[in-house]
Design a protein. Structure first.
Length: 108
């Protein structure tokens, strides 16, 4: 398995800065976005809110004028990143207990 990195601001670090640096350095990478409350929400809601993206997807890589700093990893979601889509998918299935992980439209 290739390196899989976790970015979650609840660890007390400015992880948005490290997350943005990782996606800028890994232009062919992938990002899994998972709700921070994944252990307590229904599997149905979890399956609708957990997504794999390409690093260049605007949903997980571009700040909008309405976002604050730390909005990628410090609010409702945390990110898991890898340069290998298959490894990331397997990690997502392991963490969430879902049978399948949805792909963002950026993956088409």
């Amino acid at each position: 398995m290739r390196v899989v990195l976790f970015f979650n601001e609840t660890e007390g670090i400015d992880t948005d800065k490290h997350y943005i640096a990782w996606i800028n350095a890994n232009k062919n990478g992938y990002v899994l976005s998972i709700p921070k409350n994944y252990r307590t929400i229904s599997k149905l809601f979890l399956s609708k809110t957990t997504r794999i993206h390409r690093v260049n997807c605007y949903l997980i890589s571009k700040y909008s004028k309405f976002q604050q700093s730390s909005s990628f990893t410090g609010k409702k979601y945390f990110k898991i990143c890898s340069t290998n889509q298959s490894d990331l998918t397997q990690k997502a299935i392991h963490i969430t207990g879902l049978f399948m992980i949805e792909k963002c439209r950026c993956m088409n």
